[in-house]
Every structure is written in C-alpha cells, then in structure tokens.
Design a protein around this ligand. Structure first.
Ligand code: HEM
Length: 407
C-alpha cells in the first residue's frame, strides 16, 4: 500500500509525464484535433495501394541484419518455439545450417527439395508450390535455456547479459507449455499459406535434434513502417501509431540493434526479442462504453487522434518513452484468435506481442513493470505466455544464422 506522500509523488511524476507526452505528440503530428485525425485516415488509402503492389515480392534472407526485424510488418505470422533434444552442439550447428539454407530458398519462392519423390517422403511438402514469395521472412533466436540447463552446449560463458530470464510481473498468469523455448522462429509473410509452409518445413527439418514446444498463428500486424497503412487491433484501435518506424535508422541503431560493450560481439547487428502471448477479454471490452475504451487507451477510436485530456493511467501514457526514461521498443506483434471463450460467449482472442530492442533490461522490463502496476488496459488483458530470445545478426551467402556464436 502506498503512503499518501508516495502516492502524491507518483501522481506528480505522471502529470509531468503527461505534459511532456502531449507536447512531444503535438510536435510529431500525433496530437489531438481533427486536422491530424483526418490526415491519419487520409494516408491509409495511399499506403494500402503501395502495399498491394509489393505483396508478392521477395525479401533477401541474407544481409547484415536478419530479415523480419527492420522489415515493414507483413500481414501474417507463424511463431514457433522449439526445444533441443540432442545434447550435441554439432547437431545445433547443423540445424542452424539447414535452417539457413532452407530459409534462403523459401524466401526467394523456391521449394527446399523435390516434391515428386515417388516411394519416398517429399524433400518439400509442396503446399507453397506455385505461390509467390509474399515477402516471407524467417527470424531465428536463441533462448536463455540454450546457455543454461547444466550448460549442455558449453555456451554458458557466451550468454549475453541482456538475455536475462524475464522477471515475474504483477498479475502474470503464465502457462509453461506456451512459454520459453531453446530456439524461437518468427515467420512472417503476406500469404498465410506461405507462412505456414515455412514454419512447417522448419519444424520438419529440426527433427530429431529439436522438437516444437509451442506454435501460434497470427494476423493483423502492429504498424511499424511509414510505407504501410496503419492497421487496427482486435479491440478496434489503430496499433502502431507511435511505434518506432523501421525507416528511422537512427532510432533503430540506438534502440533496436544490439551493439556496444553491453552485448558480446557475436550478437552485434542482432537484437533481443521479447514475446508475450496476451489474452484479450473481448466479451467485457465489447460491453464497455466507447468513451471508456478511449480513456483506457488514450486515443480516439475511429481517428486514432490523442484525447484532449489523456488519463494518467491510459495505456499510451504509461508505456510512453516519457514515463520510461526515454525507453523505446520496436513493436512487431500480431493478433490471434482461438475459438470461443465459453465464459463470456465472445471469441477468444489475443495479441502475440513481439518487441525488439537493444537491451530488455532497460526497455521491455521496466516498461512492463510500469504497465503491470498501473495500465488501465489491465482490466481487459492477461499475459499467459512469455519468451525471450537473442537473435543473432544476419548471415552472408554460404554462411548461416548463429555462425558468429557456433562457428
Ligand atoms: C493486448 C495487449 C496490448 C494492446 C491491445 C495494446 C494496444 C496499444 C494501442 C492501441 C496503442 C496506441 C497506438 C500506438 O501507438 O500503437 C498502444 C501503444 C503502445 N503500446 Fe501497447 N498494447 C498492448 C500491450 C503492450 C505491451 C505489453 C507493451 C510493452 C511492454 C506495449 C507498449 C506500447 C507502447 C510503447 C506504445 C506507444 C506509446 C506511445 O509512446 O504513445 N503495449 N498499444
């Protein structure tokens, strides 16, 4: 329980944050007012037209950074976490080689092996034959358990300090079978079948060295690019308005790419990914007055413009850099649905919250502590899954993702 002085201190701090927030939002054109609201909506059509033209394109798998981080978010997600069964670091190396080879082929729209193999199982399962690459990206990460668990692979000394075990946050309701994992694979594409084929092949290639721990399909991206229209989440609000935009190289360098003495050299040019599966209580949200929904988020529902008077506990205020020592994260999440929530009779839905950053100890963790303590959105959401991965830099042709650690 807070004493009255502490409570007054927090309220003062939040009010100062709110003043700073409103000032910076009006400078960046995200402020309240009909002109901004109109501009937000008007930009949608042009960006959507640009998107349609490139929906079938290919994104190079090789490069300085892994694709799928600074990539404008595609429309579909498949996220898999796997555990290694083999205790051999040579098997892990072979898996990363096989994954990188297959990923490079699939990203360019090619099969990973022959489909017509007669009496033998196919080299490629075939469901993406004839489909375009659809901006397919596959992004690989290493979980903390790869460096721990009795140091199975002799990697403990090379564990990056920012790859911490995430602390417990207030009101977490995490389920171990949909949390954690030695390896994480984020697959994104503008065609759900292309995304499924890629995750299907990557899981197949991993056997018998690794087996899948959890898998989740998503759709409806969080906006992260100026070249795309701003999408809405399943609560009906624009999601991504104040996100880092992947075109902002300076912010990407300062806030997203692992660099500097805090991270070992093997991960420079990579990033740290935090994944949280967050259930949304759509039944009670649907019964909530729109004015209260808007005060929960801090923005108008239809236009996305800031409320004239953002409440102290509004989601956008509590998560903003101004309330978190300037910390910014690149959000790259996706909505998901999962049948019916029989208690409310509403569809069971959620957000697969994915965010990339330079150091989760200074970014996701403090932000989430703030949110868990005072975000109005907490009445409608529950964190049920959690994972963290260190994503190495990109691979060059002939090389493989993870070579800087395992090579
Ligand atoms: C189901 C869960 C969540 C939903 C539905 C949600 C939704 C939203 C919406 C609608 C916005 C306003 C539009 C925008 O700027 O994107 C927003 C902003 C934001 N959210 Fe969330 N969010 C969720 C969870 C989280 C979590 C777990 C974090 C971080 C730990 C987070 C961090 C942020 C940040 C940093 C902003 C931008 C704040 C600003 O500077 O204006 N959100 N979110």
């Amino acid at each position: 329980m807070l004493c009255p002085q502490e409570a007054t201190g927090i309220i003062r701090q939040m009010e100062a944050t709110r003043r700073g927030f409103l000032r910076s939002a009006s400078l960046t054109g995200l402020g309240a007012g009909t002109a901004t609201a109109g501009a937000l909506l008007a930009g949608q059509g042009q960006a959507a037209a640009a998107e349609g033209a490139v929906a079938g394109a290919a994104i190079a798998f090789h490069g300085e950074h892994q694709a799928g981080i600074a990539t404008p978010a595609q429309t579909h997600l498949q996220f898999a976490a796997l555990d290694l069964v083999s205790p051999s670091v040579a098997d892990l190396r072979d898996l990363m080689r096989a994954w990188s080879r297959a990923a490079a082929l699939m990203a360019s729209g090619k099969a990973i092996g022959p489909v017509e193999t007669g009496a033998k199982p196919g080299g490629d399962t075939g469901e993406a034959l004839g489909l375009r690459p659809a901006n397919l990206t596959m992004t690989f990460g290493f979980g903390p358990s790869l460096f721990g668990n009795g140091d199975r692979f002799g990697l403990a000394k090379r564990r990056p300090a920012p790859l911490v075990d995430l602390p417990a946050f207030r009101a977490d309701a995490l389920r171990p079978p949909i949390s954690g994992g030695d390896l994480g694979v984020q697959v994104c594409a503008d065609d759900p079948q292309v995304a499924f084929h890629a995750v299907h092949e990557l899981i197949r290639l991993a056997a018998p060295a690794a087996r899948p721990r959890w898998l989740l399909a998503g759709f409806g991206r969080t906006g992260n690019s100026r070249r795309q229209s701003m999408p809405r989440n399943l609560m009906g609000f624009f999601d991504g308005t104040a996100n880092i935009k992947v075109e902002d190289t300076k912010v990407m360098n300062n806030s997203v790419w692992a660099a500097g003495p805090g991270s070992p050299a093997w991960i420079h040019g990579g990033s740290y990914l935090v994944a949280r599966r967050i259930e949304i209580a759509l039944g009670s949200w649907d019964k909530t007055a729109v004015t209260r929904q808007e005060r929960t988020i801090g923005r108008h529902k239809a236009s996305g413009a800031l409320l004239g008077d953002v409440p102290l506990h509004a989601h956008i205020l509590v998560s903003s850099p101004g309330a978190n020592n300037g910390a910014k994260i690149l959000r790259r999440g996706y909505s998901y649905t999962d049948g019916i929530d029989h208690a409310s009779g509403a569809p069971a839905t959620g957000l697969m919250f994915l965010c990339y950053q330079r150091d989760p100890r200074r970014q996701f963790i403090p932000i989430q502590h703030q949110l868990a303590a005072r975000d109005s959105l907490n009445q409608f959401i529950t964190h049920v899954g959690s994972a963290i991965f260190a994503c190495p830099p990109g691979a060059q042709p002939g090389g493989y993702v993870g070579e800087t650690l395992l090579g």
